[in-house]
Design a protein around this ligand. Structure first.
Ligand SMILES: Nc1ncnc2c1ncn2[C@@H]1O[C@H](COP(=O)(O)OP(=O)(O)OP(=O)(O)O)[C@@H](O)[C@H]1O
Ligand SMILES: N[C@@H](CCO)C(=O)O
Length: 313
């Protein structure tokens, strides 16, 4: 049996709409991501289990993991024998934590390993992006590549290999809080303007390029000081009840940057020390999340998608 884990991710990372994303891992060691198990079988079998399985369509044909399996068998590895594929759905759907990307990445990576197809990273990423695009209302890589490769990734169609890793300091603690209600990515993309005017386009390019350059020069404090989303957040904040008040409060508690994770409604507060991260998590638990919500103090997950040997889920 092959068992592959793919981590949650923070799309956009405030300054890089559709172009920057970070894979995350809770510091308490818990797994925040989907798991896919593939084993040989006499007939094709698909099982969806885990705490959020009931939030997905009942028909296998509408589940991205099953769609990936069908495509893989037909177009990538026609000689692959029948398999039993189980998706353990650990991430809430429509959360802003890259839930659909997580299922797609774990499934394709697991099938590639099981079938021994050994596709290149770039070919796998393209395949993964094709499936993520089916549900999110646009083709973007900012959940796919961090989820697959790990870490902080600057990622786009025009980038050679589709992604460039940006090293991050060890003292970065992103605190993520899923408030407990969902927001569909396609809906959150529909509220964005169709065009950016010259001023905003130039400012976006300046901010993202300055952020990346500062990071490469290991000037992370200055990079954090310009970590503001002027592209998507102003249009999406009103879709997320409590976001603006939380942002103000968390910045006062010491978070260095606070923004929407992906399309929301998950919020992330990036702290540069554990004490601030603990204060932010406490505030979020008290004021931002409902009974269905959760929060985690994380670090960046530089391992990305990986095979797990111990049986889980
Ligand atoms: N395995 C799957 N995991 C997640 N979503 C799936 C899966 N299979 C089908 N879907 C459908 O894809 C859509 C995913 O919605 P959406 O893109 O809003 O979620 P998301 O991936 O959590 O968002 P984000 O990328 O902002 O984190 C839903 O309509 C869901 O039913
Ligand atoms: N970059 C995408 C991420 C969605 O998960 C968006 O903000 O719409």
């Amino acid at each position: 049996m092959i068992q592959v884990y793919a981590p949650a991710s923070i799309g956009n990372f405030a300054v890089g709409f559709d172009a920057l994303g970070a894979a995350i891992a809770p510091i308490d060691g818990s797994l925040l991501g989907d798991l896919v198990k593939v084993s040989a079988s006499t007939t094709t079998e698909f099982v969806c289990s885990g705490p959020y399985a009931h939030k997905l369509p009942a028909q296998a044909e509408q589940n991205l993991a099953y769609m990936c399996l069908q495509h893989f068998k037909q177009a990538v590895a026609p000689d692959m024998p029948a398999v039993r594929l189980e998706l353990v759905k650990n991430l809430p759907v429509g959360s802003g934590l890259g839930s659909s990307a997580c299922s797609v990445v774990a499934t394709i990576a697991a099938l590639d390993k099981f079938a021994g197809t050994e596709l290149s990273d770039e070919a796998l990423i393209e395949l993964m992006a094709d499936f993520e695009a089916k549900v999110s209302g646009g083709r973007h890589y900012d959940n796919i590549t961090p989820c697959y490769l790990g870490g902080l990734q600057l990622t786009a169609e025009l980038i050679p290999g589709k992604s460039l890793a940006i090293a991050t300091p060890d003292n970065w603690y992103p605190v993520v809080a899923f408030p407990g209600f969902t927001l569909n990515t396609a809906k959150a993309r529909a509220v964005l303007p169709k065009q950016l005017d010259m001023h905003h386009s130039v400012e976006f390019a300046q901010r993202l390029s300055a952020f990346c350059t500062l990071m490469l020069q290991q000037r992370s404090e200055e990079a954090l000081s310009i970590m503001i989303d002027t592209v998507a957040e102003p249009h999406r904040a009103q879709l997320i009840e409590g976001f603006s008040a939380a942002q103000q409060a968390l910045l006062q508690l010491g978070a260095k940057a606070v923004s929407i994770s992906g399309a929301g409604p998950t919020l992330f507060a990036l702290c540069d020390n554990l004490a601030s991260a603990e204060l932010c998590q406490q505030w979020l638990s008290d004021h931002y999340i409902n009974e269905q919500g959760f929060s985690h103090i994380c670090q960046l997950d530089w391992a990305g998608t990986r095979e797990l040997n111990e049986e889980l889920g």
